[in-house]
Design a protein around this ligand. Sequence first.
Ligand code: PGA
Length: 248
Amino acid sequence: MRQSLVVGNWKMNGTRASAELLAKGIITGLGSNDAAIAVCVPYVFLGNVGEIVKNSRLELGAQNVGDKPSGAFTGEISGAMLSEFNCKYVLVGHSERRTYYGDTNESVAARFSQAQAHNIIPVLCVGETLEQREKDQTFAVINEQLDAVINLTGISALSKSVIAYEPVWAIGTGKTASDEQAQEVHQYIRRYIAVKDQAIADKLQILYGGSAKPENAKGLFAMPDIDGGLIGGASLDAESFLKIYHSI
Ligand code: PGA
């Protein structure tokens, strides 16, 4: 059995005070759900939010990690630095990083590898744009995104990672993939990995992301290959994030 997981991605939002309040609000409503839960917060709030989540089930994550171990790379944050803040997870290859900041399949693979070098679980984000979907390139795009990582790290590295399928056309747009559309791609990803390693595929947590909200989470999470969600906008409000979490 795979443990379900819900991850919030706060992106570039909030203040130190609002981040602290949000973390406290989430912890208050965790209840006794068996699913795991995490928040990926802006780097500068890792210390404060880290203190708040310390004795709770809410896990801490970051939104990216440098593709090199250390050195003259102004503006980057290394895996070693993130591990000092007890980050359990880090997003790599989020479509906003790929689209606006030039992260490539190769640099994403290097970031994935840097995270694992510090025992941080990379949440590898994959997904197609609307144009790619309309041209029937969805699976080919996902193959390339997965292959870049597998070629660098080997298939066994996926046993210590999470995949997030996030169709780019659904991120922040209010357009969610239907339960069936999402399931189709999740199943595809699991089968693609299974051809290389069945045991890893069976255990791999594959999250859905893209305009997930309290109203659509239950249907998505009921799909056999959807193991949870990566939640952007709706994770900025404790109540809606918790509603999504408790839909698992
Ligand atoms: P969204 O973002 O839930 O606001 O669509 C998801 C994500 O970008 O991870």
